[in-house]
Design a binder for this molecule. Structure first.
Ligand code: NDP
Length: 273
């Protein structure tokens, strides 16, 4: 299997492993370190964390102990909502580096949009220009939030990490991001576990002789969406990476397309945390 199938390229030329390991709600340090260790052993080379997850330290520890050269791992963290603003953002970034025991990030994201997006973004641009971050992006940004950065910033975000899954495919946002070459990362790619009770996904998984998780992750990849599945179970962690040996037919992609639903998480325009 070619290595190429396992990676996407950001518009600045940075190569990114196209299935990332999610670490939200793995807040117990031992479990976090063990899960990331299992993920690295299983072959993941892309880890997604955030200041607010409270697990940057164990994530950094697992990376260090793995013995895998740092430059073979794509590491993302995110700036939390109380760290917005130019100077605070620089300090927040340094804090994440310290906790992760690393001297650079592959990707740093503004976790949620706020009124101060552009000031925060200027700090991100400086850190990027200074070579402290290999790529910069945002998370939970709607079109109007992105438009502001495009109009007022120097760099267009390279990534937008948003809630995205078969019941909430974000088609309009995807069209916009495609126009600007912004890669979409899907959070909640397995609908935070709810995907397993959708009959169609179970039927199709059986047809392709794959698990529902594998089928769903394949659905993301086939649309150039980068999923970040989270699990604390070794077997699931391993299985969630076994998604490169089959393709979903156009007809079945269309069937999945006809699923209807809504977002599970909060609307970024009305968050209050
Ligand atoms: P996911 O869609 O990845 O679902 C995780 C759930 O699915 C867990 O309950 C997990 O259980 C279960 N699961 C995973 N694999 C399998 C499997 N093969 N079989 C059965 N169950 C499985 O949800 P997340 O919310 O965690 O999203 C993924 C990642 O996206 C996060 O971890 C985080 O990194 C990022 N994220 C970003 C957000 C943002 O605002 N930017 C918001 C939310 C998430 P178990 O662990 O018990 O195996």
């Amino acid at each position: 299997m070619s290595e190429e199938r396992r990676r996407f390229t950001l518009y600045n030329g940075v190569s990114i492993p196209n299935v990332g390991f999610g670490t939200f709600r793995i807040d117990d340090p031992k479990t976090a370190e063990a899960s990331v260790t299992t993920a690295l052993e299983a072959g993941y080379r892309h880890i997604d964390t955030a200041k607010i997850y409270g697990n940057e330290e164990p994530v950094g520890e697992a990376i260090k102990k793995s013995g895998i050269p740092r430059n073979e791992i794509f590491l993302t963290s995110k700036l939390w909502n109380n760290e917005h603003g130019y100077h605070r953002a620089i300090d927040a970034f340094e804090g994440s580096l310290r906790r992760l025991s690393t001297d650079y990030l592959d990707l740093y994201l503004i976790h949620w949009p706020k009124e101060s997006n552009i000031d925060t973004w200027k700090a991100f641009e400086k850190l990027y220009r200074d070579g402290r971050i290999r790529s910069i992006g945002v998370s939970n940004f709607k079109i109007h939030h992105l438009q502001e950065l495009i109009d007022k910033g120097k760099f267009i975000p390279m990534v937008n990490q948003v809630e995205l899954h078969p019941q909430f495919p974000q088609k309009r946002l995807r069209g916009f991001c495609e126009k600007y070459d912004i890669l979409i990362e899907s959070w909640g790619p397995l609908m935070q576990g709810k995907i397993f009770s959708i009959p169609l996904m179970n039927e199709l998984a059986e047809k392709y002789e794959k698990t529902v998780a594998q089928l769903t992750l394949r659905w993301h990849l086939q649309q150039h969406l980068l999923p970040l599945p989270k699990s604390t179970h070794a077997e699931r962690i391993q299985g969630n990476l076994d998604v490169y040996d089959f393709s979903i037919s156009d007809e079945d992609m269309e069937k999945i397309d006809r699923l209807r639903g809504d977002r599970i998480g909060p609307d970024p325009d009305s968050i209050d945390f």
